[in-house]
Design a protein around this ligand. Structure first.
Ligand SMILES: C=CC1=C(C)c2cc3[nH]c(cc4nc(cc5[nH]c(cc1n2)c(C)c5CCC(=O)O)C(CCC(=O)O)=C4C)c(C)c3C=C
Ligand SMILES: [Fe+2]
Length: 389
């Protein structure tokens, strides 16, 4: 019989359009799961042949990404008995689960191999050393990046795996990261999720549907020295391990002072509700700053950074244990989008690296910077076609 209650929409049935002015997966409300991978080109011919191979690869990748985000199989021979199927098959029959596949290029693509040096944006400068980081080259950098997000982990993984497979002979996967439990909300409609420290994360993030803030802080505009980046954005990824065991032994009051917010409500230490504005001038009864001077939110807030803001879109991760310490290898796979990483992520992280109370409990162990071009208007256009034109 009928029920009088509306059935909530199945999130896995959702589809996010692949074509549009901006790439999907940036302003898109964060899906539940992440599969992130970087790839290195293996071609070693002449500049012309390398460039042709890259162009062919990106044409194939774009067609595959358009199909997968639409819930279709990777195009090609899927029924021929005498050939391996074009699609690996594990997502066959599954709905697209809001899959987005976001593409970018790393600074290393602009070395001599493809003749692209003159097309490198100034904003795509290698990230400087930002102490106290301890970066593992095996979890850093890459010529190309794919951020696949979906509400089903199999659908997200299927995307990065199939792109690697399609590129065999031209690219190899350099490193990858799976993420779960979206650690940072970026949509006004979303309930703020919690990171592995148990705190709500994303309360004062830029909301993807706030077009004013997106244009001001996230989408590259006419200021760029490279027209192919207009409408795009720069992705910074940091694999940040949490010293979970130490954190879990820390008193609640100290945990709250480290962040500058109450753990359960998410309210700032100067308020009572999650979305109350923090008051960085307020003092407590003993005359000390109510939000401590080294609290994470004080150091990161735009009010204290000349208005600088970023769009955060990170995920929690856990990858077994760190053998040397027997502790969990878990934390935040931090992803941020911005107009210019030099004045946004780098400026913020320099300051956090010096004073953030959180530093006692975290360590940056992987890193990547990528230029994600604008969205593709319609079929027939390919990733980085303007860059390679
Ligand atoms: C360089 C940028 C940032 C890094 C790296 C970073 C790491 C990091 N953050 C948390 C937890 C929280 N961060 C929160 C707010 C917040 N963080 C940044 C930037 C970086 N964080 C900004 C710009 C802000 C917003 C500050 C503000 O305007 O108030 C919060 C509070 C809730 C929120 O607003 O999102 C938490 C909690 C962890 C655990 C972490 C590294 C592992
Ligand atoms: Fe933060």
């Amino acid at each position: 019989g009928c029920t009088d209650k509306a059935t909530p929409a199945d999130p896995s049935a959702g589809k996010v359009p692949f074509y549009g002015p901006h790439q999907a997966g940036i302003a898109t409300p964060a899906q539940a799961r992440l599969a992130f991978a970087t790839y290195d080109l293996t071609v070693d011919g002449s500049v012309e042949s390398n460039r042709a191979a890259l162009r062919t690869l990106l044409k194939t990748w774009t067609e595959a990404a358009a199909a997968m985000t639409d819930g279709r199989a990777v195009p090609g021979d899927n029924d021929k008995l005498s050939a391996p199927p074009a699609d690996t098959g594990e997502a066959y029959g599954l709905p697209p689960a809001n899959l987005t596949i976001t593409f970018g290029v790393g600074p290393s693509l602009f070395d001599g191999r493809f003749g692209l040096a003159a097309r490198r944006p100034a904003a795509l400068a290698d990230l400087p050393h930002l102490p106290p980081a301890n970066l593992d080259p095996a979890r850093s950098d890459g010529d190309l990046v794919i951020q696949a997000c979906a509400d089903d982990p199999l659908v997200a993984f299927h995307a990065i795996r199939n792109l690697a497979r399609l590129g065999r002979g031209t690219v190899v996967m350099r490193w990858s990261q799976l993420g779960f439990g979206k650690a940072t909300s970026n949509g006004a409609d979303q309930e703020t999720p919690r990171n592995l420290m148990g705190f709500k994360d994303g309360t004062r993030n830029i909301s993807g549907d706030d077009t004013g803030l997106m244009d001001q802080h996230v989408w590259v505009g006419g200021e760029t020295d490279q027209p192919w980046m207009r409408g795009g954005s720069y992705l910074v990824a940091r694999r940040i391990q949490m010293r979970i065991e130490g954190w879990d032994r820390d008193y609640l009051a100290d945990q709250q002072n480290v962040i500058g917010r109450y753990k359960y409500s998410g309210a700032p230490l100067t308020g009572s509700k999650e979305h109350d504005e923090p008051d960085f001038n307020a003092r407590n009864a003993s005359g000390e700053a109510a939000i401590p001077m080294d609290a994470h939110i004080r150091l990161a807030a735009h009010e204290n950074n000349d208005g600088v803001r970023i769009l955060r879109r990170g995920y929690s991760f856990t990858d077994g244990i760190i053998p040397a310490r027997g502790e969990l290898d878990a934390g935040l796979f931090f992803i941020a989008y911005q107009k210019d990483p030099r004045t946004q992520f780098v400026a913020l992280q320099r300051k956090l690296g010096q004073n953030d109370a959180l530093n006692e409990y975290i360590q940056h162990v992987g890193s990547g910077l990528f230029a994600c071009p604008a969205g593709l208007a319609a079929p027939g256009r390919y990733w980085a076609d303007e860059l390679l034109a």
